[in-house]
Write a protein that binds this ligand. Sequence first.
Ligand SMILES: [Mn+2]
Length: 330
Amino acid sequence: MSNPDSRVVDAVREKDHILLATHYNPDGDALGSLLGLADILEGMGKTVLRFLEDPVTHLYRFLPGCGQIQTDLAAVRTFVAEAGEDFLALCLDCGEAHRLGRYSEELITFTPMMVIDHHKGNNGFGDGAWIEPHRSSTGEMIFDLAQALGAEISDRAAECLYTAINTDTGSFRYESTSSHTFAVAGELVQRGVRPEVIANQLYDNYTLGRLRLMQEVLATLEMHERDRIAFIRVSQNMLERTFTTMEDTEYFINFPRAVATVRVAVFLKEVEPDHISVSLRAKGQCDVSLIAARFGGGGHKNASGCRFKGQSLDSVRDALLACLRPEVNA
Ligand SMILES: [Mn+2]
């Protein structure tokens, strides 16, 4: 591991009103990092505003501190105005300013804003940044930040950070899982985290509707390029038939990805009739963050995403397939 950027540590130490924000469609790392850091900062006596553009999806509602999340931008404006000079914004797990979501243009005006992140493509926006692309998760970095600050990590914060690390490493399986990742996870277990309880919340706590939806989604499987590229898709109709929401599709992409021959798995999601959200997962050397970036998206080498407007599921499939063919045959 390396040490947290001193500018970030000093800013956190100095300022007592701290706004925490993360990327849209927040995953376990985004939410766990945000809620864990909020708890740590409040333990230091600071006033914290936890901001998300939308309420937390039901999958992560077990995380301590969820109830204190603010989704109203007016509340952020008031918080910033009242803080005056004694203000700091921290942007977590977010590689680019626009990934802050639909309020990003206003959010970036709340300065100073500093960034803590592990995305390879992070372009270093903000007034200071601590970016380490080899890290397993932002959650792991938040643990080190707390250590640098000499701050306590409560059992609540530990639960949040453990969830962040567990989800972003695919349960300690991905390439970025280091000895330090395990050391941090061990420290969190020492602070009261029960791995089986978190794993149960994350992976064994679904509805029957989700299983029925999974049947429908997996039935759409398409294989291309000698079984190296897999596509699955979900439509609004499928969600209606199974009484589920898009949140219920979390982790579906791991099934096609798990096929031995598959190098890239693609999940096409019809968010609205003319709005397709895409998740890309790769194994080995294929870098899907570059593919996502071509369509205005981003992410990691092995896990990325992008969005398409005004196109059908089939036309998005064709556009992605054209880009992926040379990658998987390289
Ligand atoms: Mn992350």
